[in-house]
Every structure is written in C-alpha cells, then in structure tokens.
Design a protein around this ligand. Structure first.
Ligand SMILES: Nc1nc2c(c(=O)[nH]1)N[C@H]1C(S)=C(S)[C@@H](COP(=O)(O)OP(=O)(O)OC[C@H]3O[C@@H](n4cnc5c(N)ncnc54)[C@H](O)[C@@H]3O)O[C@H]1N2
Ligand code: MOO
Length: 418
C-alpha cells in the first residue's frame, strides 16, 4: 500500500502516458476489408500497385482526334468508344466519338468536346456506317481533355504512410487503386466498469436514492470514438468481496487480453469507496491531482492474484469529472498511439466573468463561437446537461481566482465527437 499522491496536472498526465504507452506497445495487426477499416490506423506504408488512371482517358464526351488531322476538312466519324471497353487505334484522318472516362485510342492526341463540334450531337449508328463527317475546330492543343496515365498516382509511388488514420478519402483512394483489404493496428482492448450501488443501467427503473449510470455510456463512446475496442461490465457493486470477484471474472471474459481497465467512481474519501479500498492493495496508487473537476484519481498496474498484470486507471465518479479526466489525461495519451488529431485551441473572448478556486487548474465547460467563449453551468462536476451543450473547455490556471468578462482565453475544442 502506498500513501496518497498529490500531483500537478502535468505530472499525472505524464504518469498516465507512461501507463498507456506500456500497455499499448506491440498491439499487433489485423487485416480488414476496406469498409470495416474506417477510423483504424494503417500498420505499414502502402505503395500504389498500379497507375491511376490506369491509361490515358477522356475528360469529356466528345471526339478523339489527332491534332495533325484538324484543318478545314470535316473528318470521317468512326465507331464510338464507350467507357469500360478497350479502343482500337484511330485511323489517320478520322474522329472517334469518345465518352468521359473511355480510353483514348492510339493515334489520337486530343479530345474535342461535343459542344465544339459541328454538328454538336453524336451521329446514330446508321449515320456512322454511312460515312458521317464532323467539322472540328482546328485550334485544339495536343493533350487537351486527356487525363494521362498516372496523372493521379504512379505505380510504385507511396500512397499512405504507416500510422495514417483511415478516413473516407484515404479509404476511397485505396479502393480506387484496387486494394481490397488493409492491415491495421489492432485496437486497444479496454475493459470499462462503473461502481456505485446507487447506479442503475439507463432504461432501468429507479428505486429511491438511485440514479442512472451515465459514465459507462459517456466513457465507452468516447473511447470507441478514439479507436479503442471497449467491453463494458456495467456497474460492479460496492462490497469489496463481490467487487474483486466480478472484476476477476470480467478480466477473464474477453476474447483477447485487455490492454487497460478503466473504472469510474469509488475513489475519494467515502465510506464505500470500493475501488480505492480494494485496489490500493493490488498495485494501484490513489491520490489527488490539482485539477477541478477530476481531482481524485488512481492509476497503476493491477496485480489481482490469479490474473495477468494489467494497466488500470481509476477516474472519479461524477460524470463531468470522469469526462474531463478522459480529455485531460487519457485522450492525450491515446492520441499518439491512435493517430488522433490534437484538440484545436482557439483564442476566444470570455463573455462573462468566471471565478476559480486557487491551487487547482479549473476546467470550465462552455461554447466557443465566433471568437467568444460562453461558460455553461458552473464549476460543479454533476452538470451533465451543461457538458452536453458545451463544445469546448477553458483551462484556468492554479494562480487565477477570477477572469473578468472580455479576457482572452484559449478554448480547447472538444466538440467534434472523437
Ligand atoms: N470528503 C470528501 N468528499 C469528496 C471529495 C473529497 O476530496 N473529500 N472529493 C469530491 C470529488 S471532487 C469528487 S469528483 C468525488 C469523487 O468521488 P468518487 O470517485 O468516489 O465517486 P463516487 O463517490 O462513487 O461518486 C461521486 C458522484 O458521482 C455519481 N456517479 C458515480 N458514478 C456514476 C455514474 N457511472 N453515472 C452517473 N453518476 C455517477 C455518484 O452518484 C456521486 O454523486 O468525490 C467528492 N467527495
Ligand atoms: O474534482 Mo471532483 O472531480 O470536482 O467533482
């Protein structure tokens, strides 16, 4: 058992980063079809297996011709070239109707859009076979309206680097290159649990004194949005014996070993703070971080008898405290591993005064809009509705007890949902 720690935000953030880095080394890889790979991290660099476009093709519906044949004389029109078929070489002195995306035939070096032709509509098959002729402007430059082979990407060129977070555009590129599957890093497997005998799963009926479990949903979805594979056990009860038994059982239940266990609740000074009471004897340190909300914290490597050691992070139970803890400690640690974008910071003008307790970094929630920040709700950590209406945080440092309206603050934008 160790005595409680007292840490600054920076110290605890570094501690959580160490735990997460160790827990998530060598995640392993898996190969997925493209439409299962959204939000996943590419394991190894990819090069283009072919040219894109794979051959010269037309950018317009029009006539494929050779500029050397363009003059005052109308050209004989030959069979049209549709997208999706190979094209025979163009005979000198002829023009081939060509559709957008169709391969430019050998012998042609430009495409003239149908609008510039005279007549400006394509001939029927019967007209073509009976010697139809078209008059085309003589001014076309070689290469006009031809999308050349490899003008998008050349075979062998690097496509995406290792560590790329796969989004719709990168996945679309891979599909366009004909790559059907990608090898991605396995997601960190996180076991998530809530504690508190007062908690009832959402949808359940409440008895007197009970409330619904918000944290399982709040933290599970935050972790999933960040790219973790989350297993939830719901609420473990507050008796030490059954807590240990249920935790041990949950650790065994997953298909793969968990990289991290994350709990909320049960870690402050209460008479029933089971997480702290039990896990302080199994390798987890508890203490306080100079931050509000999210002061009480716990972290370490859990060594439950009969179970492999596993990284464990304990967040406080108040929902806003739990979410602020995620944003301040866990998400930054996951960001590098999962290639998450850093939270954007924007300078904003405070629309009303905020006060803050000395000695703690205060994280206030509110809305950033057009260069202003409007605080929502107060400092209290039960204000879930104000959190949900917020899109950003401001951080008020330990020495500041009041920020007047009109102050410039840095708004940390958290409202993009990942
Ligand atoms: N004497 C002291 N009391 C408290 C201190 C302190 O320093 N001395 N710290 C306060 C602070 S700050 C926080 S934050 C909380 C943290 O407490 P715990 O982590 O032990 O959390 P609980 O007591 O289990 O719950 C706190 C609060 O949050 C509600 N809760 C818990 N889990 C959930 C959930 N999954 N969904 C929704 N709401 C949840 C719970 O009902 C309590 O209201 O301790 C203060 N006390
Ligand atoms: O620090 Mo607690 O996390 O405010 O409510």
């Amino acid at each position: 058992m160790t005595s409680p720690f007292r840490r600054s935000v920076a110290e605890h953030r570094a501690g959580i980063k160490d735990i997460v880095d160790t827990a998530f080394t060598n995640p392993g890889t898996e190969t997925l079809v493209l439409d299962r790979a959204l939000g996943r991290t590419l394991a190894a660099p990819l090069t283009a297996p072919r040219f894109l476009p794979p051959w010269d093709n037309s950018q317009m519906d029009g006539y494929a011709v050779n500029t050397a044949d363009l003059g005052s004389e109308p050209l004989r029109v030959v069979a049209p070239i549709a997208a999706g078929v190979g094209a025979p070489a163009l005979e000198p002195g002829t023009a081939a109707p060509i559709m957008t995306g169709a391969p430019v035939p050998g012998g042609a070096n430009t495409v003239i859009p149908i609008e510039a032709a005279n007549p400006n509509t394509f001939p029927s098959t019967a007209e073509t076979t009976s010697g139809f002729r078209v008059r085309l402007p003589a001014m076309a430059e070689p290469g006009t309206y031809i999308r050349t082979i490899g003008s998008d990407i050349a075979a062998g060129d690097p496509v995406l680097g290792a560590g790329t977070l796969l989004g719709p555009t990168s996945l679309g590129l891979l599909a366009g290159l004909g790559i059907g599957e990608v090898t991605v890093l396995r997601r960190p497997e996180v076991l998530l649990l809530s504690t508190g005998d007062e908690l009832v799963a959402p949808g359940g009926e409440l008895a007197p004194g009970q409330i619904h479990d918000a944290n399982t949903t709040l933290l599970a979805t935050a972790l999933e949005a960040a790219g973790c594979a989350v297993s939830t056990v719901g609420v473990l009860d507050d008796s030490p014996e059954s807590f240990v038994a249920s935790l041990g059982h949950a650790l065994e239940a997953g298909e793969r070993a968990y990289s991290l266990v994350l709990s909320s609740g049960g870690i402050s000074q209460g008479a029933f703070d089971v997480v702290k009471e039990v896990l302080i004897n199994h390798g987890i340190e508890f203490g306080s971080v100079a931050m509000q909300p999210g002061g009480p914290q716990g972290a370490g490597t859990l060594g439950l008898p009969g179970h492999a050691p596993v990284a464990f992070i304990a967040f406080p139970g108040n929902p806003v405290s739990a979410y602020v803890s995620y944003e301040m400690f866990l998400r930054p640690a996951l960001a590098e591993i999962l290639s998450l974008p850093e939270r954007q910071q924007l300078t904003a003008r405070l629309t009303e005064e905020v006060t803050s307790m000395p000695g703690k970094l205060q994280v206030r929630r509110g809305t950033y809009s057009n260069g202003t920040f409007t605080p929502l709700g107060g400092a209290s950590s039960h204000l879930l509705a104000a959190l949900a209406a917020s899109n950003s945080f401001i951080l008020i440092n330990e020495d500041t007890t009041a920020l007047p309206a009109g102050s410039d603050v840095q708004a940390l934008i958290i409202g993009d949902g990942s």
